[in-house]
Design a protein around this ligand. Structure first.
Ligand code: CA
Length: 236
C-alpha cells in the first residue's frame, strides 16, 4: 500500500522540493500552502503523515495541529523556524510527533518521515493482531487507575480523565512495561518513533504532565518513579 503524505508549506520553493523528494521515494503526496486548505485536504485525504509548517497564512500550524489532533491520529511532523517555537511543539499544547528546525537537509527529513511511518505501521499491526490470536486485555487495572484499551479511555477512581494522545500512549506503554526501568531514549524510540538521539526534554515534559493527572501528589510520585541516572519505572 502506498503511504500518503500531506505537505503544508507556504514557501513555494520549499514546498516543491519537499513534494519532489517525497514523491521520488514512492509516497503519494499532496501539497498545500495555507492552514485552511490543510484542514480540508487532511480531512479528505486522511494521510499517513502530515509535514506541517508553523508560520502559515490563514491559520498557523499550531492551530491546524490542535484541530486535527481531535479528529485523527495521523502523525504530525512540524517544521519550525525559530527556537522559541520548539517548546510549544514538543509540549502537550500541540502534540506533534516530531519536529525539524529550518534549515534542514532532505536526508534528515526523509529519515524522520520514514521513522514516523514505520511507527504508524507498527501501531496498526499491533491493533490488527488483537483481532486474531491471543487478544490483548481490553482493560488494564492498577488499583484505582483503569485503562480501557479498546476505547482509549482512562479512569481514576471511576472518573474519566482527559489525556492528550501522547500522554495516553505513554501511559499505555508504561502499563505494558510495569516494573521495568525505561530509559528516555527507549521511550523516545517506542512512543515517539524517534530512532535518533532525540531531545529527552520531550519525555520529561510528558511525564510531568502525566503525573499531574494520575498521581495523588505529583511532586512525590509513587506510580511513575524516577530511576536515578536511568529513566522511569511504572509501579502500577
Ligand atoms: Ca512558513
Amino acid at each position: 500500500m502506498t503511504e500518503s503524505i500531506l505537505i503544508v508549506e507556504d514557501e513555494l520553493s520549499l514546498q516543491e522540493t519537499l513534494a519532489y523528494s517525497l514523491k521520488k521515494e514512492g509516497y503519494a503526496v499532496e501539497a498545500v500552502g495555507d492552514g485552511r486548505s490543510a484542514l480540508e485536504s487532511a480531512r479528505k485525504m486522511k494521510p499517513d503523515l502530515i509535514v506541517l509548517d508553523i508560520m502559515l497564512p490563514e491559520m498557523d500550524g499550531f492551530e491546524v495541529a490542535r484541530i486535527l489532533r481531535k479528529e485523527m491520529t495521523t502523525a504530525i511532523l512540524m517544521l519550525t523556524a525559530r527556537d522559541d517555537e520548539i517548546d510549544r511543539v514538543v509540549g502537550l499544547e500541540v502534540g506533534a510527533d516530531d519536529y525539524l528546525t529550518k534549515p534542514f537537509s532532505m536526508r534528515e527529513l526523509l529519515a524522520r518521515v520514514k521513522a514516523q511511518l514505520r511507527r504508524t505501521r507498527m501501531l496498526r499491526e499491533e491493533m490488527g493482531q488483537n483481532n486474531n490470536s491471543e487478544p490483548k486485555h481490553e482493560t488494564l487495572k492498577f488499583d484505582n487507575l483503569t485503562i480501557n484499551i479498546t476505547r482509549r479511555e482512562v479512569t481514576l477512581n471511576n472518573e474519566p480523565i482527559q489525556l492528550k494522545p501522547k500522554e495516553y500512549e505513554l501511559l499505555l506503554f508504561f502499563a505494558e512495561h510495569k516494573g521495568q526501568m525505561l530509559s528516555r531514549e527507549f521511550m523516545l524510540e517506542r512512543v515517539w518513533g524517534w530512532d535518533y538521539i532525540g531531545d529527552s526534554r520531550t519525555v520529561d515534559v510528558h511525564i510531568r504532565w502525566l503525573r499531574q493527572r494520575i498521581e495523588k501528589d505529583a511532586s512525590n510520585p509513587v506510580r511513575i518513579v524516577t530511576v536515578r541516572g536511568g529513566g522511569y519505572r511504572f509501579e502500577g
